[in-house]
Design a protein around this ligand. Sequence first.
Ligand code: HEC
Length: 161
Amino acid sequence: MRISSVIGVIMLSSLTVGSAIAADSSHLEGATLYQQNCAACHQANGEGVPGVYPPLGSRLAAWSEIDSGRHYLANVIRHGMMGSITVSQQTYSGVMPPWARFDNAQLASLLNYITETLPGDPNLDIEEFSAEEVARLTEKSVTPLQVHSLREEALTQLKKL
Ligand code: HEC
């Protein structure tokens, strides 16, 4: 009992040190948050599982270049989504869980990670998300079904370009 509680204390303190280091760099933090919370479904490299969990590839970078796309991306993580979507000719009808536990800075790091680092395309020139922008974009609470409509809006705007 005593030994295990000592080990517990040591583990806790190394965890605290680890997260302090990760917070130094927004990109590093985004990568850590992604691997801990998202990779189980969307996979470590973002390729997803066909027909079950959609891939999060370079297509998200295109969305980050338009207003409705930035609005959608911030909301799909914070508020989750329900309703069927089609990506690369595959239909997905699962549920994206809401992530209310992330603060605005953490959500911005995650968004920068999935739009910029994860696709890994050096030619992409992405405008980074800031905590302030995330706060503004997600100010209004929306239901997972309303988030699905935000996705439709972003797709419509993308097709008009
Ligand atoms: C339990 C599995 C699961 C986890 C964990 C999960 N997602 Fe999802 N995610 C989904 C599913 C399923 C969808 C598609 C929902 C639908 O069909 O409406 C989705 C959709 C998305 C989309 C929209 C993709 C598109 O093409 O519109 C993004 C972006 C996304 N997830 C990011 C994340 C991030 C970032 C995390 C971690 C914080 C995460 N997801 C964690 C299952 C998951």
